[in-house]
Design a protein around this ligand. Structure first.
Ligand code: EPU
Length: 434
């Protein structure tokens, strides 16, 4: 398995271009299953999860052409399999996004039920209950979810989610786009990725209103057609580079981002002593303020509040801030795995239930570390960049799932980071995002 070797202590400086949003591209690729016509997506990030999602579409019988590196032309005309097997789902939970489109267009779908993962149990019960409310029969057979629409078509209904769910909202939006009649999603997720998916679906001929608010109305249509769409920029990659500038005492110009998707993150970083200037609507200039970093409490919540996907990176920053901060994780029950690794570097962090208490301004020392999930890996890279000495991070395949060419990008900003490949077999076996 590949590792990262990082020698810390260098301030990051320069300009960085943000790529397309992984969590937007994943549902947008799945949406292409809703039509036999071609859906062209631009700004698809070249990361492992998107390679997996592409493979899923191809396994189902769709063709995916890549005329340019980040452009996918997907034609789901020849789909003749309605099944996402365990082998795929176990490597990427977002495969469940195939359920809604397959059920809506073909009246049947079989997707392996994802198990728990490094950040929590992550059930999909809310997706499944919503499909039942749209008229589907949903069964669990030998670990697979088998769903059928009795007369081949779903029927619109009111879906009132008891908990905000991002992929649940996306799955229902895609299913309802081809259902008979009107569907109203209440307590819908309001993440920018929902709005992006709705924009694509509307270009395909769907009739969706209210995406980006907590109530989404969908009037089902007979059929959807082809469309061309550019994926929004990745707000979590943006936030990660903002923290990289602040934690290393450097200065970064972050280009091709959407600051309005990061309002809560920008506000929290400013409270913590980070200078964030909006140079133009898609460029931020970020550096640490003159009086250093200040400890600030944060609680993760659904958008537009502070995202759980930035919690680990913010914890790394708080290890360098003056004072004590409390970090409360309300979305996932087991998303503090990075804390134990930061403690091995010398951080002063105590976990009690869903709250981490960080006593800041501790000197971090390089150490061998183990990455446990995507955002945890990013936070360990950030901690290593400001630590004294060498850090070796193992299991960086997690970071390849969601950060495009992270080593190359960080090196271009002056970081001392390299990827170590441990054996020839593994080099060949492991798909690497380049
Ligand atoms: N939940 C249920 N039942 C469900 C669905 C969700 O109990 O049927 C719970 C979850 O266990 C969790 C909470 O509801 O406690 C919210 O989960 P949500 O469904 O919103 O998460 P998700 O859709 O599985 C997406 C992102 C995650 C991100 C979360 C929260 C994608 C592909 N994934 O996951 O991204 O953390 O929303 O914002 O969009 C990442 O990129 O690193 C990542 C984990």
């Amino acid at each position: 398995m590949d590792k990262f070797l990082i020698r810390g202590g260098l301030p990051l400086k320069g300009k960085i271009e943000i790529g397309g949003a992984k969590n937007s591209a994943l549902p947008c690729l799945a949406a292409a299953l809703l039509t036999p016509e071609t859906v062209t997506l631009h700004n698809v990030p070249y990361v492992k999860d998107l390679i997996t999602q592409r493979r899923l579409l191809e396994d189902l019988g769709a063709t995916v052409l890549t005329p340019e590196l980040r452009t996918h032309k997907i034609t789901a005309k020849g789909v003749d399999v309605y099944e996402a097997p365990y082998e795929l789902v176990k490597t990427m939970r977002a495969s469940v996004l195939a359920l809604g489109p397959l059920l809506a267009r073909f009246g049947q779908a079989k997707v392996s039920l994802p198990g728990g993962c490094a950040i929590g149990t992550r059930p999909i019960d809310l997706h499944l209950r919503a499909f039942e409310q749209l008229g589907a029969e949903v069964l669990l057979e030998r670990g697979d979810v088998v769903a059928r629409a009795p007369k081949g078509r779903l029927k619109g209904n009111v879906i009132d989610f008891e908990k905000v769910t991002v992929t649940g909202t996306e799955n229902v939006m895609m299913a309802a786009a081809l259902a008979d009649g009107r569907t109203v999603i209440k307590n819908a997720a309001m993440e920018p990725e929902i709005d992006d998916l709705a924009n694509l679906l509307n270009k395909m001929g769907a009739r969706i209103r209210g995406a980006g608010t907590d109530t989404i109305e969908i009037d089902g249509v007979e059929a959807l057609g082809g469309a061309e769409h550019t994926i929004i920029s990745d707000r979590i990659e943006t936030g990660t580079f903002m923290v990289a500038a602040a934690i290393t005492g450097g200065e970064l110009e972050i280009k091709s981002c959407v600051p309005e998707h990061l309002t809560a993150v920008i506000a929290k970083l400013r409270d913590s002593g980070v200078v964030v200037e909006e140079i133009n609507p898609s460029t931020l200039l970020v550096r640490q303020g003159g009086s250093g970093l200040r400890a600030c409490n944060v609680t993760t919540e659904p958008h537009p509040q502070f995202p759980t996907d930035m919690q680990a990176q913010y914890m790394a920053l708080m290890t360098q801030a003056d004072g004590e901060s409390k970090i409360v994780e309300t979305i996932f029950e087991n998303r503090f795995m990075h804390a134990a690794e930061m403690i091995r570097m010398g951080a002063d962090i105590h976990i009690s239930g869903n709250t981490a208490t960080v006593r800041g301004k501790t000197k971090l020392m390089g150490a061998p570390l183990l990455a446990s999930d995507l955002r945890a890996s990013a936070s360990l890279v950030l901690a290593a960049l400001c630590a004294e000495g060498e850090t070796l991070i193992d299991r960086v395949y997690h970071i390849d799932r969601g950060y495009e060419t992270i080593v190359r990008k960080l090196r271009s900003l002056g970081a001392d980071i390299e990827r170590i490949k441990t054996s020839v077999e593994e080099t060949v076996a492991e798909p690497v995002a380049v």
